[in-house]
Design a protein around this ligand. Sequence first.
Ligand code: SAM
Length: 300
Amino acid sequence: MTTLSQCLTAARTAGLDRLDADLLLLHAIGVATEHLHQRRSWLLAHDDDPMTAQTQAKFDQLVQRRKAGEPLAYILGHKEFFGLDLLVDPRVLVPRPDTEILVEWALACIDAPSSGTPGAPLRLLDLGTGSGAIALAIQHARPLARVDAVDASADALALARANAERLGLPLQYLQGSWFEPVTGPYDVIVSNPPYIREADPHLPDLSHEPTMALTAGPDGLRDIRHIVEHAGQHLAPGGWLLLEHGFDQGTQVRELLQAAGFHPVASRQDLAGHWRCSGGQWRPDDPGQAGAWATPAPVK
Ligand SMILES: C[S@@+](CC[C@H](N)C(=O)[O-])C[C@H]1O[C@@H](n2cnc3c(N)ncnc32)[C@H](O)[C@@H]1O
C-alpha cells in the first residue's frame, strides 16, 4: 500500500514543485486547499496514511494536468488574492500577486484627503474585471466605496458575480467594451487590461488562459491606448487612472498618460523592481508641467 508521503515523493520526482504536489494531493484527498499553512501541517501529520487506489488514480490525473501546463489555480478551482479566496476557472485570467500593487495604489488614492466629493460615496471603476479580483479586493477593504466592474466577457462576469455573492460584496457588474456600459464620473478608475504583444514568445506558456484576457495588438498597447484616451470623459476632476502594464511598457504608458493630459504621472514597481503600474491624475483645468513624472518609493 502506498503512503501519502510516497505519493508526494513520486510527484516531485516526476518534476512537480513541492507546493504544487502538496496542494494537488490535498485536493485529491478532498481536504480544502485554502489556509495553506494549516493544510500543510495536516499533510505532515498524515505522512504515513495509506492512499486508496481511487485517490491515487485521481492524484495521478491531477499531476498529469499540472505537468501539461494547466495553471494550479484552475485545477484547484480557486486562488487567493489580496487575502480573499476567489473562485477561478478557464473563463478568467488567474489573478497574479503583481496586481496587488494596483490594489494598494487604488486604496491609497481612495484614502487621499482630496479624494471624492464631500458627503458622497467615493466611486471606483474596474475595467476588465475578469474574476473580479481587483474590484472585490477594493470593495472588501473600503466597504463605503461604490464599485462598478466591467468586462466584455459574459462568462467572466458570471464568475465575478459568483465571487461577489460568495463574499457578500455589493458590487455592480456591467457587460460591455471598456467605457461603453458606464456612466461616471468616477474618482478612481483601475484596470489590468490585456497588454501582451500578439507575437510575444511567452504566449504559448499561457495557452490555458483566455486570449481576450492576454493580447492587445502588435505592440500590446491597443487597449491601454483606448482606456487612456477615453478615461478623462469618465473621471471627476482630480480623479486617478491607474493601469497595470508589461515590465517594459512603463515609458510608453507614462507618455500616453501625459499626452492625454494626466498629471502628475507616476509608476510603481513590483517586487522584482520592474515598473509594472502607471497612473495619473485627471486635472483638466491645470495643464501641469509636460514631461515631468514622479517616482514614488517601490511598494514593499
Ligand atoms: C488581464 S485580464 C484582467 C483580469 C482581472 N482584472 C485581473 O487582474 O486578474 C483582462 C480582462 O479584460 C477583459 N477584456 C478584454 N477586452 C475587453 C474589452 N474590450 N472591454 C472590457 N473588458 C475586456 C478580459 O475579458 C479580461 O477579463
